[in-house]
Design a protein. Structure first.
Length: 319
């Protein structure tokens, strides 16, 4: 399979697994504090990644060659990316989710794809084809149309403003942290780069929880409780599988395209809510799904569409 196709597949799988995980995190966030939940999900993900590396050591020893080739500076960049994009951004994400809810957060999350495109252009001079910018606009429009725009009734305007601000900051930090290390991801094993970033995020969170005023309370999350019912599957999906797919997407395709395809997570969340939670999926959601999927097709096949249109124009009589 060509690398760009593999990367786009991973990016879409990221959106699907994250849609399942967000529902789990929302339910677990009703009983677990943001830092505690982040600590728990990162610990579960890191444990599963360590087991994966142990299996690879037995069956694919060559997997370790790419990490040995990294310089000290590159390892530090991956560690910093994990601290910013996982320890800090994820904690802000959970706090924002508690303040404004999944629906309103999904509206704010429409900023993710444009921010990835912006950072990819600023840092690595990535430029999409004109038709792919159109596809990106369709994806963002579909996501915006699919999400409810009503404010939660049990939140004040001050809480909503704080939640929206935290959500935007979390999204910007996440986008910047992953785009900044894209050249390193391209030369490193997906499992290793994911493990290094997650280890940094978990280490910083652990240190923060130990020195914080409620440090002991944060570690209570590792005692089996009813909150595990949603936190554990959320951690497996949202930290282990989703992170592997996410890193794989940015490794094998351009950051801009990966970010745009990641944005479709909200569409899958709406479909999941209709199938599992029996939430309404009306004409607006159907239209949003069609628009977003059309945008995905344009982004994915933008190069082929451009080449085909040029070919048709050249063969047009009088051209």
């Amino acid at each position: 399979m060509p690398h760009h196709v593999l990367g786009q597949t991973y990016a879409l799988l990221t959106a699907i697994t994250w849609a399942f995980a967000v529902v789990c995190f929302k339910r677990s966030g009703e009983t677990l504090a943001p830092v505690a939940l982040n600590l728990f999900k990162n610990a579960v993900g890191l444990t599963l990644l360590a087991l994966t590396l142990a299996v690879l050591a037995l069956w694919q020893p060559a997997e370790f060659a790419s990490v040995r080739a990294l310089t000290y500076g590159e390892i530090c960049q991956l560690l910093l990316s994990g601290i910013v994009g996982m320890a800090l951004a994820d904690s802000l994400f959970f706090r924002a989710l508690n303040l404004i809810g999944v629906g309103l957060f999904s509206v704010v999350d429409c900023a993710f794809a444009p921010l990835v495109v912006l950072f990819a252009w600023l840092l690595w001079h990535e430029v999409l084809l004109p038709v792919q910018y159109l596809g990106a606009a369709l994806v963002v429009a579909g996501v915006f149309l699919a999400t409810p725009h009503r404010r939660p009734r049990d939140r004040t305007w001050g809480q909503l403003a704080a939640g929206i601000g935290l959500a935007l900051l979390a999204i910007a930090l996440t986008a910047f942290a992953i785009v900044a290390v894209k050249p390193i991801l391209e030369r490193t094993s997906v499992v290793w780069s994911t493990t290094i970033r997650l280890a940094a995020g978990f280490g910083m969170l652990a240190l923060f929880s130990l020195v914080g005023p409620r440090g002991r309370a944060c570690w209570q999350v590792f005692r089996p409780s009813p909150g595990w019912r949603f936190a554990l599957p959320g951690a497996v999906l949202g930290t282990y599988l989703c992170l592997l797919f996410w890193i794989g997407g940015y490794k094998y395709t351009t950051a801009s395209i990966a970010g745009i395809l990641n944005q479709t997570s909200v569409i899958f969340q709406a479909a999941l809510a209709a199938l599992v939670l029996r939430e309404p999926f009306g004409k607006r959601q159907v239209a949003a799904l069609a628009i977003a999927l059309g945008g995905v097709a344009v982004v994915t096949f933008g190069a082929q569409l451009t080449a085909w249109s040029v070919h048709v124009f050249e063969r047009w009589p009088g051209a």
